[in-house]
Design a protein around this ligand. Structure first.
Ligand SMILES: Nc1ncnc2c1ncn2[C@@H]1O[C@H](COP(=O)(O)OP(=O)(O)O)[C@@H](O)[C@H]1O
Ligand SMILES: [Mg+2]
Length: 503
């Protein structure tokens, strides 16, 4: 394979800190090169250098063997480099078509036939399987379709090299499959892709070669066929991360912390209702819900945390039937929740770490005087410092705004708060979504430790690997029903995958 891009000895310093240090890499025609590295490893900075958004402190870039200077994104586009950013750059109020032709290569004063452009876009869309609805506004389409719009836009503007920065982070498993088949099509037509990810399963699945970055430096570049997950993790984290083998428990006969019996909720709405659900979560047990997002998991989590109430059937907590459905009653009854969307439900971004840690508990534990109106700052800060240590939360101090923390550290704040209240039941919804391996592992270890203390855990996750790794028992959810129940010990993976699609 011949070389398309070479980056040589690239360094970038922000004040005194190197975001990239002496980084060299190559990308061949018709291949997927993956940039693998934990959060903060320097992946985005390197790509921003490549598309002229960031000026390197040192280093050279060659395209087809010729040195190029890339000083602006429009210059990168002219050189055939297109980037789909982690956060899309589309104009919400405009249509897909208008977004794609924005900054058109052939425009500049001449009135170009809209129909001709449309045809060109439609041809590209058909060629690469990039399904989009050209006349829909961005605000009306799914995240997956917005991403296809971005890719189509890059191709329309002539990209031969496509940079995809964490493209799977916001997608469901099925959408990720779709993205991968588009990527395969692109490379088979001779395009090149730089794929950024920290999800090992995806990286192993789609890459031809992998360049691993750690703290701004290249650890190495390997062929996909000559490596495996354990080796890559070790390169990425600088230490061996043993393939986790959490012990599986059989909790038959133990006391139930929560029980659902024939629970129904909007059951006629196939994908967002609950259609006669029964299940038990026992003391010291992790029950995992496997399933494609949108099959009732959100409603299940809301039901078992008291946000919504069943239209038929019943719920018991600690063997007492619930009569009032109110989240605060559930909290008082020992139910903790790591919610699906930590930014909207779990944390208050504008409050600091300490305030978020005591959010549910500001009247207890000596944190307040009098009737709870005056907060005891000193006690709160001591407590927060203890939690920061215990949960390994990386922040400048407990007074740092939660918004400024990385996703992994935000999630640790949520988990610290939810576990320190010593719950009977922890409902963990996508607890490691978007987190890197190190942070995910920490969260998993904490969940296992909670299980050992006797906490019953309901794990709801669209990440099948996570469900397999963590669950003592697995229930498969499809269209608001359970399709089967499996022991977490040697579960029949094929059968479960089929059940997830309703077969
Ligand atoms: N504009 C900037 N100013 C200062 N530091 C930055 C800037 N952009 C990135 N960094 C720092 O550079 C390092 C690498 O960041 P980044 O390239 O975003 O990593 P990744 O994409 O691998 O998560 C991080 O420590 C980050 O805080
Ligand atoms: Mg990044």
């Amino acid at each position: 394979m011949s070389e398309l891009l070479r980056m040589e000895h690239i360094s970038k310093r922000f004040s005194r800190k190197f975001a990239n240090k002496d980084v060299s890499l190559t990308v061949n025609h018709g291949e997927v090169l993956t940039l693998l590295g934990e959060n903060g490893a320097g992946k985005s900075t390197l790509m921003n250098i490549l598309i002229g958004l960031v000026k390197p402190t040192e280093g050279k870039i060659f395209l087809e063997g010729r040195e190029v200077r890339i000083e602006s994104p429009s210059q990168a586009v002219r050189l055939g480099i297109g980037m789909v950013h982690q956060h899309f750059m589309l104009v919400e109020a405009m249509t897909v078509f208008e977004n794609i032709i924005l900054g058109d290569k052939h425009a500049k004063g001449i009135l170009i036939d809209r129909n001709a452009r449309r045809r060109e876009i439609e041809e590209l869309s058909a060629k690469y399987g990039l399904d989009v609805q050209l006349d829909k506004r961005i605000s009306e389409i799914s995240v997956g379709e917005q991403q296809r719009t971005e890719i189509l836009k890059a191709l329309y503007h002539g990209a031969d090299l496509l940079i995809l920065d964490e493209p799977s982070a916001a997608l469901t498993d099925i959408e990720v499959e779709g993205l991968f088949s588009i990527m395969r099509k692109l490379v088979s037509e001779g395009k090149s892709i730089i794929f950024i990810s920290h999800k090992m399963r995806e990286v192993l699945h789609i890459s031809d070669r992998i360049t691993v970055l750690r703290t701004g430096e290249v650890v190495g570049t390997v062929n996909r066929s000559e490596t495996d997950g354990a080796k890559l993790s070790a390169m990425m984290m600088g230490r061996e991360l043993a393939v986790s083998q959490y012990e599986k428990k059989d909790c038959t006969g133990k006391a139930a912390v929560a029980e659902l019996s024939g629970v129904e909720y909007h059951k006629k709405q196939k994908h967002s209702g609950l259609d006669g659900i029964s299940m038990t979560i026992r003391k010291g047990e992790i029950v995992g819900i496997a399933g494609v997002d949108g099959n009732g998991q959100t409603q299940l989590a809301q039901m078992i945390t008291g946000v919504i109430s069943p239209e038929a059937g019943s719920i018991s907590l600690k063997e007492h039937k619930v009569s009032i459905f109110d989240p605060y009653d559930f909290i008082r009854n020992g139910v903790s929740h790591v919610p699906e969307d930590r930014n909207h439900q779990g944390l208050v971004g504008d409050m600091d770490v300490a305030e978020n840690l005591i959010l549910k508990n500001s009247r207890g534990d000596g944190f307040s005087y009098g009737k709870g109106t005056l907060l005891n700052k000193h006690a709160i800060n001591d407590y927060a410092d203890k939690m920061i240590k215990k949960y390994n939360i990386k922040c400048s101090s407990s007074a740092e705004k939660v918004r400024a923390l990385s996703g992994g550290n935000q999630q640790k704040v949520v988990l610290a708060r939810e576990l320190e209240s010593e719950p009977e039941l922890l409902v963990a919804t996508h607890p490691t979504r978007g987190l890197d391996i190190g942070a995910s592992r920490f969260i998993h270890d904490q969940m296992i430790a909670a299980r050992e203390r006797g906490v019953g855990i309901l794990l709801i996750s669209a990440d099948f690997d996570e469900v397999l790794e963590m669950s003592d028992r697995i229930l498969v959810m499809f269209e608001g029903r359970f399709m089967g129940e499996y022991s977490g010990k040697n579960p029949p993976i094929e059968e479960i995958s089929m059940a997830m699609t309703g077969k």
